[in-house]
Write a protein that binds this ligand. Sequence first.
Ligand code: ADP
Ligand code: MG
Length: 460
Amino acid sequence: MNYDIVWSKVLEQIKNDLSSISYITWFQDTKLYKFENEKAYIIVPMQIHKKHLIDNYSELIISKLQEITNTSYELILLLNEEIVEEEEKKKQEVKTSTNENIGFKENENVNNNLNPKYLFDNFIVGNSNKFAHAAALSVAENPGHMYNPLFLYGNSGLGKTHLMHAIGNYIVENTNKRVLYVTSEQFRQDFVKANRKDDSGTNFNYIDFFKNKYRNIDVLLIDDIQFLGGAGKSQEEFFHTFNNLYNDSKQIIISSDRSPTDLKLLEDRLRTRFTWGLTVNIYPPEYALKTEILKKKIIAGNFEQDIPDDVIEYIASNIGPDVRQLEGSVTRLLAYSAIMGGEAITLDLAIEALKDFISKGIGEKNDIQRIQKIVSEYFQISMEDIRSKKRSSNISFPRQIAMYLCRAMTSESFPKIGTEFGGKDHSTVMHSVEKIENEIKTNKDLANIVEKLKKDIGVV
Ligand code: ADP
Ligand code: MG
């Protein structure tokens, strides 16, 4: 039985019975850990959830579980730490008893670690992520064939993890293939465990467990590979795992916050392998995608209140590019309105509610200024000049490049970029961006300069 799927069904139903705020507060971050001896072990985020859920919602949870599983379970609510303790205890028991494999037996389903909430169905596609989405779907439909490995990279919060789970869930749903999702940190921890010696000087249990876990699979999804940098021995083991799977035409999907060439802490032989298949960059969402995501999140959240368009526009143009922050802003806005006694959500209320959020967020305005600074330093002109209306070519050319970079690397609209460059109108900005775009195609020197500047600007 897949606990994540069972629990997502329970949550779906509970969601319908509760107000969205109650649901988000009390249920959103819960997880079904396991069923054992007619007990359902549920992980909750904080101590306060235990009491509140037992006092107010235990009947509801028990009845929903019964509807879905036909079993009446007693509820045991636990914090994550408590689960870890329990697992450690268990491992000790197994270690001292027999020679059995730990956590893995033949024919037993490997826990694939997939989050059933991340699907292609709820991944919203726009210009900035359409290539990544198409590549991911193509791998999901045809694992191990066309693009191996698939290397997805981009800044935090742009949907890499979402896409990886979507691939995994799709393959599990449509084939009998064995899928495993891990972060590079989990891989490292497993490797360390496998190499820890027990009293007899060996640790066969874990070595077997490790090999079974990572080599007896058809699809390996490894998230945030940049964290493997510096972990020498784990890196080496990953190299062997990679070769093993690759040679057997097993699909490997890797994500990272930077491109293979920029993964400076990884060995060359790994970086080269990462480029054998398809490397795809996922970009910050453009304005239209941001509004689309906001709208869909509001609908999916089943919130009773409508959020007016001007509020959505306000959020989309002031928050981001991290999609997590977009989601967070919606939650915060609704919580704020509920605390204010269910006040209708208006632009004024949104400005008030998101005040701190916006100044803390990655202000896109700062990104434009950062780009202006890097470009003006490169061309040795002043910030003042690059932000001015001056037309001399030693200034206007760098300005055009800066405008192009702002458009390519941030999710700013043309009018917004215009206001930051001496109040240019939207068509002038568009024209400059197009001009540089075209010139790059034929002028190799310019293309190199732009590449260098992009590297200097780095994470936007
Ligand atoms: P990353 O791994 O790139 O840091 P995540 O995949 O964790 O980002 O995405 C952060 C959050 O934003 C997740 O809740 C994810 O579902 C959501 N998200 C990101 N991109 C999209 C998208 N295009 N459509 C729907 N949700 C998205
Ligand atoms: Mg991620």
